[in-house]
Every structure is written in structure tokens, then in C-alpha cells.
Write a new protein. Sequence first.
Length: 256
Amino acid sequence: MNNIIKPIFIFGNPKTGTTLLWKALLNHPDVCGPTIEGQDLDNMPKEMKHFFGHVTFMLWAHPDFRMCYWVDENSYNDKISKNLINVYSKYNKSNERFLTKSPADTMRARLLQKIFPDAFFISIVRDPYSNIQSIVSSRKKDDRYPNMPSQFTTIEQASEQWFYANTIILSHKEFLKNYLIIRYEDIIENSDETFKKILSFCQLDYEKFEMPDIDKTKNNIRFSEIDNYDIEVITRICGPLIEHFGYKRLGGKIKW
């Protein structure tokens, strides 16, 4: 039996602020859920895990992996549904809203809606010039996974991940009933209004919400690390999606 009512799922391209939003909402008194990412929970069905391991870490939408993690309503069966409900139910509390986050749930949102028809979905997008550099850096070393091998990642690979992940995020507008796309920059630059919007969407009381401490320097730090070649590649690969999300398309001047 499914006692999980109106669950909330957070996803988006890696390093877009999903953790920031997840932890902020978990502190709301009317919200419950696990304190580790969804794909890392014990006994998750294979379809909800990173079954190819560290190779696809932060590159799960990259075309080289041929949509290996993609599932949708056509992937539904009773076994997956019962398994997932059993895992989530361990963290569910009566009269509270269940919340979980996994960036790669970008690939699973339509299946999640099939299992939880009253679910709420929030995806986050981030300026590609900062987001992509952050992915490159985190694939070299991520303090959350100290035993994970360092992985060299080109700016081209990270740009393709950004483009395909955000293309999928946009495609969900046609299929997800309760769906909100927000920008990382709006969280850090206009925190009050953005969290009011998020909590209103989730049907949660803003008056009970405690605003988290937010580091507003990360975009500037990452942007300072890219060079003209990086800018040219990101602009070329990410193209019109940059402006679609309200970001400025930059032009690198490459000196060969």
C-alpha cells in the first residue's frame, strides 16, 4: 500500500544547487525524507541506481552512454513500484511530505510520476559557464565520494551533458503535471521570492520555513576558472538553450 502522499522530487544537471534546495526544504517541519541522495539508498531497484558506476558520474545524460538511465511510464511494472515504495516508506512520516533528490532523476521523472501520480517535481538549471566548469572539477575530485577514482573530463563532454540534461528537463513540461523549473541564480540572488515561489508550488507554509545560509560566490569562482577556449566550446555546444533559460551567451576569442 502506498501511504506516500504528494511526494516532492528534486533533480537537475549535476552541480546546479539541487543539494542546497534539498537540504533547505528538509529543514521545513512539514517535510521528511532521507538525508542521502536517492540513488544511494539501500535496496533501490536497479532502474533508480547508477548501475554503471563512476564512469557515468555526473555524465548520465551524455550521448556516449546512449540514455542508459532513461525510464518512463512505459518502463513501469508492479515490481519496480512496490520496491521503490518500500524503500521510500522507511523515511516517510504521517502528516509530512516526503522529499528526495537525485540529479539523475531527470532521467526517471516520468516513471516516478507513474508510480506517484500526485508527485511534485522541481528541477534546477544553472548558468552553463559556471555549471560546466564545476562538473569538470568535481569529476576530478568530489569530497562526498573520497574513494571514487579521479576522472579526466573535457569541457566538450561536460557541455554535452549540460545540453542533453537540460533538453530533457524542458521536455518534461509536456508530461509532468506538477512541475517547476527554477534557476540556481534566482535562489542565490533573490532568495526570499524564489523560496516563496517554491514553497507555494509545493503547498508548504512559508511562515514555517527557515532561510538557509547561502554561499553566493560559487558562480563567480567557477567563472574565473574558464578561459576563452572553454567559453567558445560552451557557447557552441549549448547554443540557444543558454538564452532560453535567460542567460547571456558569451563569445570567446580563441588565439591558436
